[in-house]
Each structure stands twice: as C-alpha cells, then as structure tokens.
Design a protein around this ligand. Structure first.
Ligand SMILES: [Zn+2]
Length: 77
C-alpha cells in the first residue's frame, strides 16, 4: 500500500487545505453563475445585429447568445 497509516492524519488536513486553495483558484460553479449574471445583463441591453431580435443566452454558463432566427453572437470573452 502507498501511504503508511500513521501519516494519514497528517495528510488529511493537508489535502483539505490543498482542495480549498484549488477551489478558490478555480471556482467553477461560481464562474458559471457569474457568467449567467453577466449574460443576463448583456442580452437585455443588446439586440441582434442582423435582424434586431431579442437575444438569449445559448445555455447556462455559455458566453454566446442567439436570436429567434438563430444568429449567434459572442457577448463575453
Ligand atoms: Zn438575428
């Protein structure tokens, strides 16, 4: 077996801290909701540049939006 039993109590807090730091650096869920909020604001203020229709975010977490005619726009980078 890889890790001696005596070491696991020491490793657990280390792993917990590592995971927390990792989560702070790459907050995936938060990122999706931040994008959604951003997009909700963007699509309200913008209409389709081709047909003038309302834009909708393609899906949750996406930075693109489409109008009813299927024109696609990248609204965030
Ligand atoms: Zn359009």
């Amino acid at each position: 077996m890889g890790i001696p039993q005596a070491l696991t109590p020491l490793l657990d807090p280390f792993i917990a801290v590592s995971l927390k730091l990792w989560g702070d650096k790459f907050p995936r869920k938060n990122n999706v909701s931040a994008i959604n909020e951003h997009m909700a604001r963007r699509v309200k203020g913008i209409s389709c540049g081709k047909c003038g229709g309302d834009l909708k975010q393609t899906r949750a977490g996406s930075k693109r939006a489409t109008c009813a005619n299927g024109h696609k726009w990248q609204l965030l980078k």
